[in-house]
Ligand binder design. Structure first.
Ligand SMILES: [Zn+2]
Ligand SMILES: [Zn+2]
Length: 639
């Protein structure tokens, strides 16, 4: 199958500007910080993307403005005068999260202006009960302003028909959309009165930007375009987005259903007839923490980077797969986490690996024994091996990750039962061939389990792969007994260390502590956003960067890196000491025109005075001197 995994950070919207105001940094500082930190989290979690982009890139701006204009020209976006909440104290319109109040549907008290995070409803700020300005707490007034509206009402028929054809979709997604249709879709404002965002591409809309939920999903396309450009085939993205056989799958949480199942398909339908629509939206419900809803603003959260500082990524991946809130909200508790990791990863899977290895080493010299005739118990396990890849593959194809995880772990459970029942420690004395058969089958079962589990817990499964010298984990050969007799079973080490009670108590305390203090600690808990320091031209000129010609070079004795270099800057000659002996021979240096900092304070290095510093690019392995790429006399300044 040809799959591309596209992702990115959506970098517009009020969440960004509020954070910037709180931290006294620019919105760009905020998104730079989070892009880096989120990309890093994915990397540490071993989640790879073919392309991980950002919606602040020019390619995305272009695509989003193009989307707006095409839909506008079809008459499905219109300008309307409407009412907006305005804070008389802050003197601005309160878009989206700048206002909070009571949800008119579920009466949750801290609903945001654009959405209630409790019931998932997409709101209009003016519908909030007892609204208040998020920044200063003032009760806002209603003021007239104009915005551009997406005419969802005109598209309801088309959307309903399309959604009715999605018979395999999850019931939570279907019932959510049905609720919307029953109420009747209304035109929704897709522009905002703020400065951070993609400018609305109309002369009369100066100062307005696109609503984040209008531009963010377009990021799926612009990220694919960016990916295609990186391949050197700029049109390749169309092979996916304009191909009726493409399956477009959106992995999201339930609070995004309205945008992915209604607004985004409406945008795609309005944009172009040939472009594909979502095929599947396997939206999950919420994962709560210790029975309470996750909330970063109220500091009820566990940050991925904090988590991974303490636990291996396989632990988080396993727990989330085994407890995915596929059909209803699920609860993460530290105790349950400990129980699942210790009881399943360590006691079931880890134990099966360990006991099979130890037995092979002790009684078969570390080599997988040859099988004899199979009895009924052996055949039963072989049948499990033969069937598992297909049945588990189907579960994954249908997005039943939790069920798939359970079934793979069940194979390991069956393995342990088989081990207990066969009692190889007795068989080795009475019937060595039967004993060898059992070990042969167990090893092959391990190979199957490791292959099927490798998308979920790759690090641990890699250890099994290495122990069995199987460098070719393939789903389609996991149904076979592919580990042959005579193969060495190397020591896999401890697959998964158990989590101690103390560690869990510490984590519980951390969560409570952080939450017991007020909102300012939320800022302490999240990483501080660095304000970017800019230099001026004057700062650069201060360095006195000059072109210098190397006249002589000699190694500084008793050092492995230092070279003494005589340079000429215009008429002046100087000596500098540089640590480049590993990368350049002295012969190679003479005659080169390099770049030096001429205003460097003289310094003594190994007793020799150095009057300047040369510039070189470096990574961890090598250095490369900065030179000039055309003939120019020494002494020329760099400016
Ligand atoms: Zn205010
Ligand atoms: Zn609500």
């Amino acid at each position: 199958m040809d799959v591309i995994h596209i992702g990115g950070t959506d970098e517009h919207g009020i969440a960004v500007t509020i954070r910037a105001e709180q931290e006294h940094v620019s919105p760009k500082d905020v998104v730079d910080h989070y892009h880096k930190s989120i990309a890093e989290d994915f990397k540490r979690l071993k989640i790879d993307f073919d392309n991980f982009s950002r919606t602040s890139k020019p390619i995305h701006k272009k695509m989003s403005q193009d989307f707006f204009l095409k839909i506008y020209n079809k008459g499905l976006i219109e300008k309307r005068e409407g009412e907006q909440l305005y804070c008389p104290h802050c003197k601005r319109f309160l878009a989206d999260r700048y206002v909070e109040g009571e949800c008119p549907y579920c009466h949750y008290e801290n609903a945001r202006g654009d959405q209630c995070e409790n019931c998932g409803k997409w709101l209009e700020p003016t519908s909030l009960i007892n609204p208040r300005c998020k920044i200063c707490g003032t009760t806002p007034i209603v003021k007239k302003t104009y915005h551009w509206y997406l005419k969802l009402d005109k598209m309801q028929g088309q959307l309903e028909k399309w959604l009715a054809s999605k018979t395999t979709w999850k019931s939570n997604v279907k019932s959510f959309t049905k609720g919307w249709f029953k109420e009747g879709l209304r035109p929704r404002a897709i522009t905002r009165d703020i400065e951070w965002g993609i400018p609305v591409p109309l002369e009369e809309a100066k100062g307005k930007v696109l609503y984040v939920w209008f531009d963010a999903p377009i990021g799926y396309i612009s990220s694919t375009i960016e990916w295609a450009e990186k391949q050197g085939k700029p049109d390749l993205w169309k092979k996916y987005w304009y191909n009726k056989d493409t399956q477009l799958v959106h992995f999201i949480g339930k609070d995004n259903i309205v945008f992915h199942a209604i607004v985004w398909p409406a945008m795609l339908m309005a944009y172009n007839d040939g472009i594909i629509l979502p095929s599947e939206i396997p939206a999950n419900e919420f994962l709560n923490i210790e029975t309470k809803k996750i909330s970063t603003s109220r500091n009820w959260a566990i940050w991925v980077h904090d988590f991974l500082d303490v636990f291996p990524s396989d632990f988080l991946r396993y727990y989330l797969a085994a407890n995915a809130p596929e059909n209803s909200d699920m609860d993460f508790t530290w105790k349950d986490f400990q129980a699942k990791i210790n009881g399943e990863l360590a006691d079931i899977l880890g134990n099966l690996v360990n006991r099979t290895y130890v037995f092979t080493k002790k009684y078969f010299d570390g080599k997988i024994p040859s099988p004899g005739n199979y009895d009924d118990d052996d055949k039963r396990i072989i049948k499990l091996i033969e069937k598992a890849p297909d049945s588990i593959g189907t579960l994954l194809d249908e997005f039943h990750v939790r069920q798939a995880t359970f079934q793979i772990m069940n194979l390991a459970r069956e393995g342990n039962r088989y081990f207990d029942y066969k009692k190889p420690w007795n068989l080795i004395k009475t019937d060595k061939e039967k004993c060898g058969t059992a070990i042969y089958i167990l090893t092959n079962l391990l190979n199957t389990v490791a292959t099927l589990f490798s998308p979920i817990i790759p690090d641990g499964m890699e250890k099994i792969k290495e122990a069995l010298s199987n460098d070719n984990f393939r789903w389609d050969s996991a149904s076979e007994l592919s580990i042959i007799a005579g193969t060495e079973f190397k020591n896999p080490g401890i697959l998964y260390e158990k989590i101690g009670d103390r560690t869990i108590k510490q984590e519980e305390a951390k969560l409570m502590d952080d939450n017991s203090t007020n909102i300012t600690s939320a800022k302490n808990k999240e990483e501080k956003i660095e304000k970017k320091e800019y230099v001026t031209i004057d700062d650069v000129l201060k360095l006195g960067l000059k072109v210098a010609e190397i006249l002589e070079a000699e190694r500084v004795e008793k050092t492995d890196k230092l070279v003494k270099i005589k340079i000429k800057i215009g008429e002046e000659e100087r000596e500098i000491i540089a640590g480049i002996a590993r990368d350049y021979s002295t012969d190679e240096l003479v005659g080169k025109k390099i770049v030096v900092v001429s205003n460097m304070k003289p310094a003594k290095i190994r007793g020799i005075e150095s009057n300047g510093m040369l510039l070189a690019a470096s990574n961890d392995e090598a250095l490369s001197l900065l030179t000039v790429d055309r003939e120019i006399e020494s002494g020329s300044s760099i400016k």
